[in-house]
Design a protein around this ligand. Structure first.
Ligand code: 1HN
Length: 355
């Protein structure tokens, strides 16, 4: 047999004899690993996910048109899916996460259901709407980070006077990768309101836990992390000198029962970048969706620069170098599949990178 000296890691040459054999074995439903090894095990992540920005100024008018086009009840959820251009028609913002912009008009309700996919809400605009999770309502304010854990009944309502818009983040592509999706509609449109508003926050959000509490569930017992508290924390950490060269003042949302992320598949973060911040490049393996809460600036993602302002949403693919710069004091919310990656032992980061 003819052999050729090849460097370790090179694909073997395609001889006529080998080509004929590849074609013959394909009819048996098998394939030679050595032809694809470098593609299926790349030396670093090679994401399909593209960097992209969704400008709120462009999307808000379309969303408001949807508000006239159909009711929240008709739609079940009135949402513009934020499609990554690499995955048109697949309802993905990244390879593992779904993102959307949801609108609920005054007087509307979005009916009660539960599904295996878990969701987060990050409130973008308006007050006067609530979300209800397993019998407890919470009013939504801009900047609030709200959870809908896996398989919990949830509905939304807007008894107020303004349209309310939030960003949804769900782990739909993860759930569907495992083929583990279920959904059930609650028999009524709205679930009974059985727990006083604020109960979960009082019970679990004051650095106290009920004396017999055991952390048995996989998600946080807090389901609204209010922006008022988050914003104060960022300011105080800034005053106290917290300043990462890549991230500015960056905190992660935590499950107070175990210190882990709020949900097992989706993690969320909030960061304050002071006026004139010029960060160092950073990269990590969790593709991330950012929502600009306050301020103005630019983020370089790989070779592209995206200029953003409040309410814009942008996507950073796995392992792409990210560099933030600001004109005014800015706050960025972000979410990713980091807890899922960490649980599976997959997550890596490089900070700062030498580019
Ligand atoms: C869902 O239940 C909501 O509860 C939002 O607001 C977006 C996207 C796909 C499937 C279910 C919500 C969703 C969703």
């Amino acid at each position: 047999m003819e052999t050729t000296a090849v460097a370790h890691g090179q694909k073997p040459a395609l001889t006529p004899e080998r080509k004929e054999w590849y074609a013959r074995i394909a009819t048996k439903g098998v394939a030679p690993l050595w032809e694809v090894l470098n593609k299926i095990i790349p030396p670093h992540p090679t994401p399909d996910t593209l960097p992209v920005i969704f400008r709120y100024d462009e999307l808000r008018p379309i969303l408001m048109e949807a508000g006239r086009l159909l009711t929240a009840m008709e739609a079940e959820r009135r949402v513009l899916i934020l499609e990554n251009p690499a995955f048109r028609g697949q309802s993905k913002a990244t390879q593992s996460l779904y993102a959307g912009l949801q609108l609920i008009m005054p007087g509307e309700i979005a009916p009660c259901h539960r599904h295996v996919a878990c969701a987060l809400r990050f409130v973008v605009e308006g007050t006067g709407a609530y979300t209800a999770v397993e019998g407890e309502r919470t009013m939504m304010h801009p900047g609030d980070f709200i959870l809908t854990p896996s398989w919990t009944y949830h509905d939304h309502g807007n008894p107020g006077e303004e349209p309310v818009v939030w960003m949804d983040g769900l782990d739909i592509p993860i759930v569907n990768t495992f083929d583990t999706s279920f959904i059930e509609r609650y028999p009524d449109e709205v679930q009974p309101h059985t727990i006083p508003e604020g109960d979960a926050y009082a019970r679990y959000g004051a650095n106290l836990l009920p004396v017999d509490f055991e952390a048995t569930r996989k998600h946080s017992p807090i389901f609204n992390y209010p922006y008022s508290r988050t914003r104060e924390t960022l300011d105080e950490m800034f005053r106290n000198g917290m300043m990462h060269p890549c991230h500015g003042v960056k905190m992660r949302y935590a499950n107070p029962a175990n210190g882990w992320y709020p949900m097992p598949t989706i993690g969320a973060f909030i960061q304050l970048l002071p006026k004139g911040f010029s960060g160092q490049p950073y990269r990590a393996t969790d593709s991330t969706v950012y929502s600009v809460v306050e301020g103005k600036g630019r983020t370089r993602i790989g070779d592209e620069t995206f200029t953003w302002k409040a309410k814009d949403i942008f996507v950073v693919p796995s392992w792409a170098p990210v560099t933030h710069e600001t004109d005014g004091e800015s706050v960025l919310f972000s979410f990713s599949d980091r807890p899922a990656q960490k649980t599976l032992g997959l997550w890596r980061e490089e900070a700062p990178i030498n580019l």
